[in-house]
Design a protein around this ligand. Sequence first.
Ligand code: B12
Length: 222
Amino acid sequence: MGSLEDAYRRIEECLVDLDAGCVEEAVEDALKRGSKATDIILGPMSRAMDEIGRLYEEGEYFIAELLEAAEIFKSIMNRLEPMLKEEAGGGSRRTRRDIVIVLGTVRGDIHDIGKTLVKIMLQASGYTVIDLGVDVPAERFADAVERHGARIVGMSALLTTTMRYMRRVVEELERRGLRGKVYVLIGGAPTSPEYAEKIGADAWARDAVDAVRVVSRLVGES
Ligand code: B12
């Protein structure tokens, strides 16, 4: 028995314990209790990843544990993807395929779970997303913006050391005369609205749901 809150608590605990089977069961339980997939991913699943990061910092967990957590997270994300898309797409089936968003994790950084989540939500909202993957140099961001006539370039960074590289990308866009044609959106745990402003980006989003909101504001749809 138990409540939805209990199911959320179990998802978080089981993921922190790296018990894949237990996470799966708790996720199914939360769904049965009427939870949205988005709330599972952005709630207990993401909180568990923060806790796992903390355990790593304290020396209790190592890279192997981070990798295991990432695998479990990804498998749940795959399981929930159709629902995440349904929820992000909502009632609006307007097509925005002509609006291209270039997305990538910046050079030196290989964290891709958050970026993939942002991609899923933006695609579901009707945008065309070109995913450049991880460890992306400034030149590749700029090339893709040029080639696809992108309206938005979205950058992800999870490390305090790699977030600095975002400024390099903004500079490369300026150098090629592209800066006036494309909005720059940034995200990832160490970033902030203040940081976005500091490096000359246009916007920052807290999570994947917020990213959809911010993008639609940038392209003038809300
Ligand atoms: C899993 C993980 C890994 C995995 C990544 C696997 C993968 N495929 O992504 C592996 C094992 C590879 C890894 C490696 C490392 N990691 Co790591 N990792 C994590 C961990 C635990 C979870 C990250 C995650 O997936 N979170 C879940 C997702 C859903 O959240 P998210 O990424 O924040 O994304 C959301 C938002 O930020 C936002 N967002 C993200 N991107 C974007 C982009 C845009 C455009 C927008 C709008 C929004 C947006 O929306 C997302 C969805 O809601 C974090 C802890 C943490 N608190 O983040 C540490 C963490 C990020 N890692 C850390 C470290 C130190 C490392 C290593 C340097 C360790 C080492 N010594 O080798 C390496 C670096 C490798 C590299 N060069 O990139 C530190 C960073 C410290 C710092 N401040 O710089 C953290 C914070 C752990 C810690 N507390 O110490 N890591």
